[in-house]
Design a protein around this ligand. Structure first.
Ligand SMILES: Nc1nc2c(ncn2[C@@H]2O[C@H](COP(=O)(O)OP(=O)(O)OP(=O)(O)O)[C@@H](O)[C@H]2O)c(=O)[nH]1
Length: 418
């Protein structure tokens, strides 16, 4: 199999400060031999120079840490690794309490979330927050790693109590697939290699789970959605009539011969060809990036969407969204913003602030007059032009928006359309 054909799993790690996130990622890379020899030599040398008699794996992710300590804001650091079975992208987000926004940024495209719990401390407020956000973002799979099992004598009872506490909270959330694994990131128990210290655990290791969890059906393959990213028109004589629409399929399966409709124009045509990496294919589905041509000359441009004639998304200028606010400037009613939705962009205005959600109790806080950094709130937004969307619970791509500051062009919020 070609490297590019190996399936890609995106995951995010969430834990409180010092739960062992860096150590765990380092252990995954180290034991799966996914790191390069020079990096390894550097880490071994650096561990030795600090007087450690073991290799400090958190040093592998320390580049990130030192930048953070210098106060450079890195929201999310992406790291890549691969095993013969899968490619992985980890969205690594810092564990401090104010970093909800980072988790949201890292998790919005994730297939899976690893939630770390320190076996000595059990569930903390942060754990509630992470579990809640994972469910809010509908990350399809979660793995709860109970870490530092070596510090609780690899006790089955300690583990079982944490699992039961977690389940009591998460039963209110509706995360579809949750696995629990007792690990020691430091010693490597159940990370890549099976632990010899926990006979009582019969489940799989973390790496085995990451390599085998079934993700191909995580995408919506029912509602055909193809937001156009760019229009390709080669200006050569023999290609004069060619007009290709390039983009990523956000939902459904498309085939040449399919009757399609173009939004917002409403024009109907038939798919002539679909190309992937310059070759014509007979079928394309989410999340492939392809180029389509149509039988008829339709004047589509960036931000338009190709869908099936009988299955169209909602079209509206009024959006009900659950936003995570990421800016130190709060939003209020009448705040003007720029909305990015798939490949489309429009200005909009906040019409109404409905309520905030208390992450620990999951209760609503009503009668609010602003939404501040890290708040999760339900708001109504009116856009200047219509948006073609699906509810986030139906499609994570066509159901989400990013909110941009008109002046600074910074991302100030992320929203899920209800
Ligand atoms: N005994 C033991 N110590 C661990 C284990 N995992 C991590 N640690 C230690 O816990 C401390 C924190 O680990 P890190 O990996 O730096 O934690 P982190 O969650 O990345 O911390 P932040 O980046 O600050 O959020 C370090 O001293 C690690 O050596 C474990 O399984 N067992």
């Amino acid at each position: 199999m070609e490297y590019q054909d190996i399936e890609l799993l995106r995951f995010t790690t969430a834990g409180s400060v010092d739960d062992g996130k860096s150590t765990l990622i380092g252990r995954l890379l180290y034991d799966s031999k996914s790191i390069f020899q020079d990096q390894l030599d550097a880490v071994e040398a650096s561990s030795k120079s600090k007087g450690f008699d073991y290799v400090d794996l958190s040093l592998l992710t320390d580049g990130l840490k030192s930048e953070r300590e210098q106060g450079i804001t890195i929201d999310v650091a992406y790291r890549y690794f691969a095993t013969p079975k899968r490619k992985f992208i980890i969205a690594d987000t810092p564990g401090h309490i104010q970093y909800t926004r980072n988790m949201v940024t890292g998790a919005s495209t994730a297939n899976l979330a690893i939630i770390l719990i320190d076996a000595r401390k059990g569930m903390l407020e942060q754990t509630h927050r992470h579990a809640f956000i994972a469910s809010l973002l509908r990350i399809p799979h979660a793995i709860v790693c109970v870490n530092k099992m070596d510090l609780v004598d690899y006790s089955e009872e300690v583990y079982a109590n944490i699992v039961s506490d977690f389940k009591a909270f998460s039963s209110k959330l509706g995360i579809k697939d949750i696995q629990f694994i007792p690990i020691s990131a430091l010693n490597g128990d159940n990370v890549v290699n099976r632990s010899e210290n926990m006979d009582w655990y019969n489940g799989s290791t973390l790496m085995y789970h990451l390599e085998t969890v079934h993700i191909s059906s995580d995408h919506n393959l029912v509602d055909c959605r193809f937001p156009i990213q760019s229009v390709i028109r080669p200006h050569t004589l023999e290609n004069q009539d060619y007009r290709g629409f390039a983009g990523r399929i956000d939902g459904g399966v498309f085939k040449p011969g399919d009757k399609v409709k173009s939004l917002p124009s409403g024009f109907v045509s038939t798919i002539k060809t679909i190309e992937l990496n310059g070759e014509q294919i007979e079928e394309a589905f989410a999340p492939m990036s392809v180029t389509m041509t149509l039988e008829d000359e339709i004047d589509n441009s960036r931000g338009d969407m190709i869908v099936r004639e009988n299955n169209v998304p909602e079209v509206s200028q009024d959006l009900e969204v659950l936003v995570t606010w990421m800016s130190s400037t709060p939003i209020q009613t009448r705040t003007k913003v720029v909305i990015k939705h798939t490949t489309n962009e429009t200005v909009g205005m906040v019409k109404e602030l409905k309520y905030k959600i208390d992450i620990n109790t999951l209760h609503r806080i009503e009668d609010i007059d602003k939404v501040e950094m890290n708040d999760i709130a339900r708001v109504s937004i009116r856009t200047a032009k219509p948006i073609f969307y699906d509810a986030y619970k139906r499609n994570r791509q066509t159901g989400s928006i990013i909110i941009i500051d008109e002046q600074t062009n910074e991302t100030i919020g992320a929203g899920m359309i209800i």
